[in-house]
Design a binder for this molecule. Structure first.
Ligand code: PLP
Length: 221
């Protein structure tokens, strides 16, 4: 049996001395997917698949195409990325990460994880301090799920409160001011932020909460 881990987002925590304990055990996986176009802030697409056993690279995407690959020279396969991906021709996407890493070093990426994870905590505290917001979990990283639940919703059913969150999200996205994501908690609609831009500041999060309030008030009328 294989253990594959979708560490597309969270895998970057490995680079942070402060937060790497959150992904303890990741080294025991047989396969890991990791996206530098998420927490590493490298332009998409820059995704990696790591295998514990390098031979598995070939088993995963085995293809039979004698006009492309030469089975009589297995050593040459090392040079052919077409054997290790679902695509054949592709751009060398890894250079996006290599370029930044070689210029600035690993610490830049560690800092990005620390800054955005820390800000997730700041946002959570802001939500807890506000009477009209409800944080739905204590965040471990830069993702925080919550609801806007002002006093004026007191006669709403749970489902209506969930739908209200989704309507707020739709309107905010259409306004172009912020991009937030919908989610569900215990089957009821909620919204979620992923703080991925290291230039995000606490004041942006205040502005987001204010925009949610204004949008919510407009919807309730
Ligand atoms: C854990 C995880 N896996 C996979 C994906 C899909 O990523 P992409 O659309 O970049 O392939 C996401 C997207 O946010 C994610 O958070």
């Amino acid at each position: 049996m294989w253990l594959h881990v979708d560490a597309a987002h969270g895998g970057s925590a490995c680079l942070s001395s402060k937060y790497k304990h959150l992904v303890k055990g990741l080294d025991r996986a047989d396969g890991i997917v990791w996206d530098a176009h998420k927490m590493m802030f490298v332009p998409a697409l820059c995704a990696f698949v790591f295998y514990r056993n390098r031979e598995h690279r070939f088993e995963t995407f085995r293809q039979n195409a004698p006009y492309l690959f030469d089975p009589s020279a297995p050593g040459m396969a090392e040079y052919d990325s077409g054997l290790k991906t679902i695509e054949c021709t592709k751009r060398a996407a890894a250079f996006g990460l290599w370029g930044v890493w070689s210029m600035f070093g690993r610490q830049l990426f560690a800092d990005m994880v620390d800054v955005t994870f820390d800000l997730g905590r700041v946002f959570y505290e802001k939500l807890c301090e506000a009477d009209d917001f409800e944080a739905l979990h204590e965040p471990e990283c830069n993702i925080v799920m919550f609801r806007y639940t002002p006093e004026s919703l007191r006669d709403f059913t749970k489902e209506q409160i969930g739908d209200f969150q989704l309507e707020i999200r739709r309107q905010i996205i259409q306004s172009g001011e912020f991009y937030i994501v919908q989610n569900k908690s215990e089957g009821i609609g909620a919204v979620r932020v992923t703080i991925i831009n290291p230039l995000t500041e606490a004041s942006h999060l205040d502005a987001l909460m204010e925009t949610i309030r204004e949008t919510g008030r407009r919807i309730i009328g």
